[in-house]
Write a protein of this length. Structure first.
Length: 190
């Protein structure tokens, strides 16, 4: 249940800035949320069919968000081929969470956050270079596309690291606090 709440947080982090006219920050909870969603899929599901259904539901929600933003927020026609790479990326980040963060540590969460944001930077900018015709179809054009994407990458890296840190860190902190409180309750009074 927590994983679906976090998925809702990811969707809202993408939609609300457009509603509030505050899109300049490019702060979304997508990468960190997908990492947590994937880690929870592994820990909670018993069969591959259940895992596949959960993954498909997450991808469907995020794909619907892409459609909504493209058509209504950006007012562009929706073209499926623009999003195939992004949707594959959503699935890959969930799978990374399943495999790599089933037993999260600070190092693993950090690596997951960096890998998530970095892979999105490379995939999304490559897709823009290939399909948007904003840059010449040369190596220099590809380089210009990546250079133009650096501010977005920086903000995505920060937002993914913060989101993943909070989503994985708060339960760990709560567990440590519960252990500490339990230890003080069992200690005899002097």
């Amino acid at each position: 249940m927590v994983a679906y709440f976090v998925l809702l947080l990811a969707v809202l982090s993408r939609i609300l800035p457009h509603s509030l006219h505050a899109v300049s920050w490019n702060f979304t909870a997508v990468g960190g949320s997908l990492l947590l969603f994937g880690s929870r899929m592994r820990a909670r599901s018993g069969s591959r069919w259940v895992t596949a259904a959960k993954l498909a539901s997450a991808l469907a929600v995020l794909a619907a968000t892409d459609y909504y933003l493209t058509v209504f927020a950006y007012q562009y026609p929706f073209q499926l081929n623009w999003y195939i790479g992004t949707w594959v990326w959503y699935g890959a980040v969930c799978l990374m969470g399943m495999e790599f963060l089933a037993k999260p540590t600070v190092l693993r969460v950090g690596i997951g956050a960096v890998a998530s944001a970095t892979s999105f930077f490379f995939i999304s900018n490559f897709m823009v270079w290939m399909g948007a015709k904003m840059y010449p179809p040369t190596l220099a054009g590809l380089g210009a596309c990546y250079v133009a994407g650096i501010p977005f990458y920086r903000n995505d890296l920060v937002s993914t690291a913060l989101t993943a840190g909070v989503l994985f860190g708060l339960p760990a902190l709560a567990s440590k606090l519960a252990e500490a409180l339990g230890a003080t309750e069992n200690r005899p009074l002097a």
